[in-house]
Design a protein around this ligand. Structure first.
Ligand code: AMP
Length: 398
């Protein structure tokens, strides 16, 4: 019977579960959504019918239902050999993935102040799987860990230094697992070692971030203390003038309201007034909807500026790499973004760009381009599965 690895990703109201075999082939995956509401449901990828969940099902209840369903399908006849969890914030404590013992769990709890919406829910997934599989090694893989190599000039805000000293206010960066995977994959496709790879990695999905990776390590990134800083995103504003807070306070908008607006009602949704979904906005723009056109324009221009700014951290560039739902699929966004950067010498091949690099080892640049440009589908779950098994094996040899 195959060894299997479970990967668990708990979001604020969702839970994603993936099962890998020991060759890292994905056996099955499932998604539970609208947890803790009356409409809670779960579904295995490829299944038409959802799995019935009790009304108001919690993360723990959804996990139990999914594990029962896996057992019923004969996929989980014995315990997994390792369980990997996505954890959003590892603060300055976690520079890499960690085996989940009591000390690690306490340290993750201590980071909750930095990610109050995420770490507690990640921890509830961890305690649920620990209760279900008490003898299986469990591993946390952090969104922030890959960016712990940022040099001080890139992670400090220009704020009173006591804010950093007393409250750990600094730039952390997120999507680290994806940027790490992009580095590994770009190196493989370009035939160079990861440790010798310098790329700019643009993860553009509902959340968006960009990272400068020099010789295999992250040296700058666009997200900061929270995943709100930087690029324009589906519903998040990215960078705004901090003076906005005082200005809007004068208009009667509280910090709590503004936080909600900047996270949930801004970005592509705020600008277009229609949707946070890039594909829908492209269709609307094609039919002459001006606010959607503006939203795409602001998105691409901000991204272009950030690509330019990442150059300040690099001495050479092996490739500019795009991923995520938008980065991996939208030829239009890539083309529009790079049209702002002609001075830097990025040149797309229109046909390869249109095909998302599918038949060209990810390459979408033209012969005359100063730098390779690539599209690489990200795979954060695979990284989590690999890290889970790697650390589970070390735990057994100790
Ligand atoms: P993700 O969070 O990585 O799943 O990405 C979601 C985003 O990718 C949404 O804004 C989608 O509209 C966008 N997306 C997916 N496919 C396409 C496409 N073919 N063209 C433009 N945007 C796309």
């Amino acid at each position: 019977m195959e060894d299997i690895i479970l990967v668990v990703n708990c979001g604020s109201s969702s839970l994603k579960l993936a099962v890998f075999d020991s060759h890292y082939n994905k056996v099955v995956s499932a998604l539970a959504e609208r947890l803790s509401t009356d409409d809670a449901f779960a579904r295995f990828a490829g299944d038409e019918a959802p799995l019935s969940l009790p009304s108001g099902a919690s993360h723990e209840a959804a996990l139990q239902a999914l594990i029962d369903a896996l057992r019923a399908r004969g996929i989980l006849e014995r315990d997994p050999v390792a369980i990997g969890h996505r954890v959003v914030h590892g603060g300055e404590t976690f520079r890499e993935a960690a085996l989940l013992d009591d000390d690690a769990i306490t340290a993750i709890r201590d980071c909750s102040g930095l990610a109050p919406l995420h770490n507690p829910v990640n921890l509830s997934g961890i305690s649920a799987t620990r209760a279900l599989f008490p003898d299986v090694p469990q591993v946390a893989v952090f969104d922030t860990a890959f960016h712990q190599t940022l040099p001080p000039r890139a992670f400090h805000y220009a704020l009173p230094e006591a804010y950093y000293r007393d409250w750990a206010v600094r730039r952390y960066g997120f999507h680290g697992t994806s940027h790490y995977f992009m580095t590994q994959e770009a190196a493989r496709l370009l035939g160079i070692t990861p440790a010798g790879t310098s790329i700019i990695s643009a993860h553009l999905g509902n959340g968006c971030s960009i990272a400068a990776i020099r010789d295999g390590i992250s040296v700058d990134t666009s997200m900061g203390l929270t995943p709100l800083e930087g690029l324009v995103m589906g519903t998040r504003s990215g960078d705004v003038d901090p003076g906005l807070f005082d200005f809007l306070a004068g208009k009667g908008i509280s910090a709590t309201e503004l936080h909600e607006v900047l996270n949930k009602k801004s970005g592509l949704l705020g600008l277009s007034g229609q949707s946070n979904d890039m594909r829908s906005l492209c269709e609307l723009a094609d039919h002459g909807h001006k606010p959607s056109e503006l939203a795409i324009d602001v998105f691409c221009f901000r991204l272009a500026k950030y690509i330019g700014s990442m150059m300040a951290s690099l001495t050479r560039l092996n490739a500019l790499v795009f991923t995520g739902g938008i980065g991996g699929n939208s030829a239009r966004v890539r083309q529009q973004t790079l049209s702002h950067l002609r001075l830097l010498g990025f040149e797309l091949d229109p046909e390869l760009n249109q095909c998302n690099g599918l038949y060209s080892d990810g390459r979408i640049d033209s012969e005359g381009s100063r730098f390779p440009i690539m599209v690489i589908p990200t795979n954060e779950e695979l990284v989590i599965a690999r890290e889970a098994l790697r650390l589970a094996e070390t735990s057994q040899t100790v």
